[in-house]
Design a protein around this ligand. Structure first.
Ligand SMILES: Nc1nc2c(c(=O)[nH]1)N[C@H]1C(S)=C(S)[C@@H](COP(=O)(O)O)O[C@H]1N2
Ligand SMILES: [Mo]
Length: 251
């Protein structure tokens, strides 16, 4: 299966070289989204052929860990809500889970740890052209979804974040229900045997290890189950998706 990655590189290489600026705002320029969307339609078709929904991301060993897990995008949210939580060492943090669920609930980090504690060593690939291998500690999202009871009409899980990229424009992301229920999809509260650093998304971030860096929402405030994300922000299911990035960002 290592061939799959090189094949994908070939398939999307042309587009990737045009967007080396990656997570920079250049993708919001007028030519950016158009070029991206065209090539990424191809990416999606290739993915659909090659990647069954049960496929697993490669897991690594402790020996493979990157000495430093760099930060990208927001490294310190400046919103008052986040700053207030930070001032109290995140003790007042509660993950809110609502939308199309039977029992809207909130969870402290300890509540999540009580549900389960798993670890996963996987590689993070950012479209800007860097990768890092980290050991993530967290709670599988599927277990949290079971607690709240996902309604049959729910199709996506949306992650609303504390950081604003522009005033009033919070980072957000989404995955579909199969991705949310995948065994490697974690709500991560730890990195490399320590609490999650602020620069990497404290107190809670998403790990969807089969997808690219921008899907890995940091600083999660709230999770919302929806049947469509058309009404959220730009309507494309994520902050970068609203600037033309592909919604399914398979690696
Ligand atoms: N809330 C939030 N999540 C985010 C971002 C961000 O700016 N804000 N950047 C994304 C991008 S582009 C990448 S590559 C990763 C970076 O994660 P890291 O800071 O742990 O390296 O987070 C993703 N999730
Ligand atoms: Mo990224």
């Amino acid at each position: 299966m290592t061939d799959r990655r090189s094949f994908l590189r070939l398939a999307i290489g042309g587009a990737a070289s045009l967007v080396l600026a990656g997570c920079d705002r250049i993708s919001g320029s007028s030519w950016g989204p158009k070029v991206l969307n065209k090539a990424q339609g191809l990416n999606r078709r290739v993915q659909a052929l090659l990647a069954p929904s049960s496929a697993m991301a490669k897991e690594y060993t402790e020996a493979d860990l990157s000495p430093v897990f760099r930060s990208n995008g927001t490294a310190m949210p400046t919103t008052p809500a986040y700053q207030a939580l930070l001032a109290n060492g995140f003790r007042d943090y509660r993950l809110q889970v609502g939308g199309l669920v039977d029992r809207p609930m909130s969870f402290s980090i300890d509540d999540l740890k009580q549900i389960e504690q798993v670890a996963q060593i996987t590689r993070h690939d950012c479209v800007e052209g860097w990768s890092a291998i980290g050991k993530w500690h967290g709670t599988r999202l599927s277990h949290v979804l079971d607690k709240v009871g996902v309604q049959a009409k729910a199709r996506y899980v949306v992650f609303h974040c504390y950081d604003e990229m522009d005033p009033g424009e919070p980072y957000y992301e989404s995955v579909d229900i199969p991705e949310a229920r995948h065994p490697q999809t974690l709500l991560a509260w730890g990195l490399n045997d320590k609490p999650l650093p602020i620069k990497n998304g404290a107190p809670l971030r998403l790990r969807v290890s089969r997808q690219l860096g921008y899907k890995q929402a940091k600083y999660i405030a709230r999770i919302e189950l929806v049947d469509s994300f058309a009404h959220i922000s730009g309507g494309n299911g994520g902050y970068w998706e609203d600037y033309g990035y592909e919604w399914y960002a398979g690696i």
